[in-house]
Design a protein around this ligand. Structure first.
Ligand SMILES: Nc1ncnc2c1ncn2[C@@H]1O[C@H](COP(=O)(O)OP(=O)(O)OP(=O)(O)O)[C@@H](O)[C@H]1O
Ligand SMILES: [Mg+2]
Length: 445
């Protein structure tokens, strides 16, 4: 069942239950109230009659006159003599009076609800003149009259309830509609995401939690779209990078096989083939490493590592390559600094950065370590031409490389390692113009 209908059904059921309970409580209390009220009214009427009678008639001998007076009142009543338990005057039919006698109602002053067959009466008794004569005026109202009032009241209440319920259900229909419509719209947007039609996604009007959910959905869609396009460009780039050396190798191999080359050309061809195979091997190894870094969290073995030791290892390994390129390696790091990371992988990341630095530096590459409060910064900076502006935004992406670039995977590996260690890597061009890579650890170790 649709959410819209579910909400409406739940609300309507709740409303009906509340109305039924309220109606029942009112119905059962109402009759009691009416009886009490009727008794009070009878009492008031009786007192007025008695005071009139007290003024006008002085003795029991006036019973006939009293009866005549009472007859004029158009009320249901008895004039009852307590002393000899006799009814002196009655406006009720004979058999009803007899029935009351039978049930001893007259002699029992306690009972104020009399019953004859299935008819009930509310009664009120008032003493009449002369004092001491024990004459009582008994006024009656049939319960049927009160029940009629009760039914009339309930009928009206029912009409009010029905109108109220209709208005409430209508209101709930509009409110739930308002609530559910954004969800339905969001569902259509999700369908578009499912079909990968990211360009067709439209924002929806919503408030509160639904708005937050919608925002998460858009963020997710953006992320998914980015991921899919990066995946696509990864495959395009990867196949391109693998195809180029393979074609070179194929060309030379076929040429050598068919003997179309001179001896010297053959020699060059074999050399090129060896270089290209090495390159292919490097690309494939780096791709495998990247895949591992992306998927195997368990491959990480973080520990407290001494930052100066780590940097010294980098410098030791890079010294031959640096002097080959006439570049000086400067290390600026205090003793006793630690970071919490996988030592071997961090070494690999720093080596990648320093190789890049040496390749692009004019004369010097500097590795330094700075602490700023809880932040720890590992910085690799060179004095070369810096990162070309067109590469700046996606330099850490796979296969992104400059004119003299190699595979374009080195920095992607660096970023994967740094992020898996809980750090962040950024790049900027230094004041000297050279590239400055900053690895930031927040409260790490
Ligand atoms: N220190 C730097 N100065 C100037 N440009 C740089 C520097 N480091 C990297 N780059 C640019 O960024 C590109 C990508 O670097 P990355 O290390 O990812 O790949 P690569 O060096 O080309 O290949 P690989 O590192 O896989 O051998 C490089 O091709 C180069 O153009
Ligand atoms: Mg590199």
């Amino acid at each position: 069942m649709k959410l819209h209908y579910q909400l409406n059904a739940a609300f309507t059921t709740l409303l009906l239950i509340i109305m039924a309970v309220t109606g029942y409580v009112i119905y059962s209390l109402l009759l009691n109230l009416l009886v009490q009220n009727e008794q009070q009214q009878l009492e008031q009427k009786g007192e007025i009659l008695v005071s009139v009678m007290n003024e006008q008639y002085q003795s029991l001998g006036d019973v006939d006159k009293i009866s005549a007076f009472l007859q004029e009142q158009d009320l249901q009543l008895f004039l009852y003599n307590r002393q000899n338990n006799s009814v002196l005057y009655s406006t009720m039919p004979e058999e009803v009076v007899k029935g009351f006698y039978k049930n001893n109602y007259f002699s029992n002053a306690e009972s104020n609800l009399w019953e004859y067959h299935s008819d009930k009466y509310v009664i009120s008794r008032i003493l009449v003149l002369p004092r001491g004569a024990n004459l009582e005026l008994i006024l009656l109202t049939p319960m049927k009259d009160l029940q009629a009032v009760q039914h009339k009241f309930i009928e009206r209440l029912l009409i009010v309830f029905i109108i109220g319920a209709a208005v409430a259900v209508l209101l709930s229909y509009f409110l739930t509609n308002k609530l559910v419509t954004p969800l339905t719209r969001l569902k259509y947007q999700l369908k578009k995401i499912e079909k990968r039609k990211f360009d067709e996604i439209e924002p929806i009007q919503a408030t509160g939690e639904i708005r937050e959910v919608a925002k998460s959905v858009y963020d997710m869609a953006n992320e998914l779209s980015r991921y899919i396009s990066s995946q696509q460009s990864f495959f395009q780039n990867a196949s391109h990078e693998l195809k180029t050396p393979l074609m070179t190798i194929q060309g030379y191999a076929e040429g050598i096989k068919e003997n179309v080359f001179e001896e010297a050309e053959k020699e060059t061809g074999l050399e090129v083939m060896v270089t290209e195979v090495k390159r292919l091997k490097k690309i494939i190894n780096e791709m495998i490493l990247l895949a591992k870094l992306d998927s195997e969290q368990a491959a990480y073995d973080p520990e407290q590592i001494d930052a100066s030791e780590l940097v010294q290892q980098v410098a030791d390994r890079m010294l031959p390559f640096a002097s080959e390129n006439n570049v000086k390696l400067k290390v600026d790091i205090a003793e006793g600094m630690t970071i919490y990371a996988d030592g071997e992988k961090m070494l690999r990341a720093l080596l990648n950065l320093v190789v890049n630095g040496i390749r692009h530096a004019a004369s010097v590459v500097e590795i330094s370590f700075v602490t700023r409060g809880r932040q720890k910064l590992l910085i690799v900076e060179d004095d070369g031409d810096g990162i070309p502006p067109d590469l700046m935004d996606n330099i850490f992406h796979r296969f992104v490389k400059g004119k003299q670039g190699d595979t374009g995977l080195g920095l992607a590996i660096v970023r994967a390692i740094v992020e898996q260690s809980g750090g962040k890597i950024t790049v900027e061009n230094a004041e000297t113009g050279g590239a400055r890579f900053i690895i930031l650890f927040e409260g790490n170790g």
